[in-house]
Ligand binder design. Sequence first.
Ligand code: SF4
Length: 305
Amino acid sequence: MIPSDVRDVLLHQHYHLVGGHSAVKLCLWTKKSIQDQGYCYKQKFYGIQSHRCLQMTPAVTWCTQKCVFCWRSTEHTLGTALQEIDDPGEIIDGAIIAQRRLLSGFGGIPERINQRKLKEAQDPNQAAISLSGEPTIYPRLSELIGEFTRRDFTTFLVTNGTLPQRLNSLDKMPTQLYVSLDAPDEETYQRVCNPLIPDGWDRLQETLELLPSLKTRKVIRITLVKDWNMHDVEGYSRLIKKAEPDFVEAKAFMLLGGSRKRLSLENMPSFHEVLAFSEKLASKIDYELADQKEDSRVVLLSKKG
Ligand code: SF4
């Protein structure tokens, strides 16, 4: 399903393709954790073990947006819908095999490796369903989450919120649901997120309104890009109040992958700028600062009480 030129780009970027539309990539923090060099903020915030995290997507190069800060090569977006649909169980089997292959390189540097972690990493127990592309484009997402759960995985799903119907129809909810909110108003949304659908903003609003009824832990994630979307904290607060999330994560944009063609180092806010934005936001939505991780430039806010 993926043309050979796009496939070559993805392989060059160290994605391991699974079936016709899915992919796995070793997370930087998984690699660091295996070498005892640190761990992801999700380990600090939510107890997820970085070395056992499987970072995967069921829609590697399909998305409803072309966000300016995206790590993907957004010029290779293949559309907003999949043509052929792979089986969820086969995707998971393929993803675990791919993860093990990607980990096999670590066997050659035993002096730097925590052997216990490397052994445990062969059997991931956390699926980060995000990585690249919009996962809710995969129509059998509910079954995919169900199958991960049946295999004793925790699941973190990240969505851009433009497919509220798919979220609403999930029979099986992820352990944690992230909705990206990267603009305080529609004009900023159009500029930052470049939707490929005409009603992206309206659909995102529908998702925010749907969120309180969804029975799982919910997080609004804001990727902060300096000079693009760090204004109008009041606007963000109005939108977040509609969604009533358990947490808000404010995270600095990082100049990686495809985003290097669109943005520069100046667009990366410092940790202190992320913190200042978060403190202002917290006071407006009545949340409190729950945690922070300076090297990831991320701040966690949680609902009071
Ligand atoms: S929604 Fe996610 S995958 Fe799609 S363009 Fe934006 S950051 Fe990239």
